[in-house]
Design a protein around this ligand. Structure first.
Ligand code: SAM
Length: 360
């Protein structure tokens, strides 16, 4: 992961209200002072910048897809900040009950005073939550960057307790595009040196803002937090990870028996596996009698993962060069199927033999 520095936010320069630290991450008092400044300038959502609103609307859109218009779901938003997303959520889904947490109760908010009095929990999670409370959706939007790996894993572990049986956790974050490349090995220290030089020599002070993680780093932290099967969605710089507590749906269970007979039919045949995400993890035990020659992963992942479950990991191009005729067992979540098919056809041609193993 990579350290990130910032010297303004919402067009408020940090030097106007705080002493900036290159080494110490922005803490509770920094955010309190920031939000005091924020309050003076942004008295209504209309005043927020258009790019900011667009970005937040994208996060909102993702939450809305889990809530039908008439649903009476209970949503918890961790570290809601100015509350723009939650304010819009209540507009779009008025039957939803929203609870929020924040570090301090004098944050400026677009949520009304009555709401804040009753539904804002102040302090660190989980301490600020009531043990018996349960939620259908827990969303965490742009918060992980403030936490070390250990803090982030602890937070994720803790919040599972507050999730209803069929609840979901949705994490909105950003990501570092390539976790390992020879260029990045040099790029990272150079960027740090530049920031250091700028801060101490040029006196252009910046604040240590947090950490930016690669998709793989995000996933491995989710796994450490016992959220093994997360859905991944990216849009530009944005990353959305969704964890479904109730993963054993009836449809998946029914499909399992179909996949078992497929595996028996193909027993002994050489095949490629493609996809090591949620679908693979869900079905791998049942397909243990297959003979995969390797696990095909997109080049970004293949580069950093030598093996999965003892299987060599290879890129699509290498696999295609070795055997375009081998059947491909495609492990995918239903919603990712089209993207995966596009990739297969791009590398293996339209005659590729595909056996889909889908997790709904
Ligand atoms: C970028 S803001 C995101 C706010 C809001 N979720 C949004 O999307 O607009 C990050 C928030 O994390 C909170 N925060 C900072 N350090 C934190 C910590 N150690 N634990 C929990 N929240 C923290 C801050 O108070 C701040 O409101």
């Amino acid at each position: 992961m990579r350290r990130s520095y910032q010297w303004h936010w919402h067009y408020i320069p940090f030097f106007s209200f705080a002493e900036l630290s290159f080494f110490k991450i922005a803490g509770t008092s920094f955010y309190s002072s920031f939000y005091e400044e924020f309050q003076k300038r942004y008295t209504s959502p209309d005043k927020l910048s258009e790019p900011y609103k667009l970005f937040k609307e994208e996060s909102l859109e993702n939450i809305l897809q889990h809530i039908d218009i008439k649903d009476k779901k209970k949503v918890l938003s961790i570290s809601c900040g100015n509350g723009y997303v939650e304010y819009r959520l209540l507009q779009e889904r008025p039957n939803t009950t929203v609870y929020c947490t924040e570090l301090s109760d004098n944050i400026p908010s677009f949520l009304d005073k009555k709401f804040l009095k009753e539904n804002l929990r102040v302090g660190f999670v989980p301490k600020c939550l009531k043990k018996e409370e349960k939620f259908d959706i827990i969303c965490i939007i742009e918060v992980d960057y403030t936490l070390t790996n250990a803090q982030w894993v602890t937070l994720l572990k803790d919040i599972r307790h507050y999730l209803n049986d069929d609840g979901i956790i949705t994490i909105h974050s950003t990501y570092q595009r390539h976790s390992f490349s020879s260029f990045r090995c040099i790029e990272q220290p150079i960027a740090n040196m530049k920031a250091l030089f700028s801060h101490f020599i040029l006196k252009k002070n910046t604040q240590f803002w947090g950490w930016k993680r690669s998709i793989q780093e995000h996933l491995s932290l989710c796994e450490k937090a016992n959220l093994p099967e997360v859905d991944i969605k990216t849009k530009g710089e944005a990353l959305i990870l969704t964890y479904y507590k109730e993963k054993y749906s009836t449809r998946n269970k029914m499909l399992l028996s179909c996949y078992l007979s497929m595996a028996e039919r193909m027993h002994g045949e050489q095949v490629w596996f493609w996809g090591a995400g949620a679908a693979y993890k869900y079905y791998r035990q049942s397909l243990a009698c297959l003979c995969p020659q390797g696990m095909i992963l997109s080049p970004e992942f293949a580069q950093n993962t030598p093996a999965i479950d003892g299987m060599p990991v290879i890129s699509p191009a290498t696999a295609a060069a070795r055997g375009k005729q081998l059947p491909i067992i495609l492990f995918t979540r239903a919603q990712h199927q089209d993207i995966m098919l596009e990739q297969i056809w791009a590398y293996f041609g339209s005659n590729a033999q595909i056996h889909p193993v889908i997790l709904y």
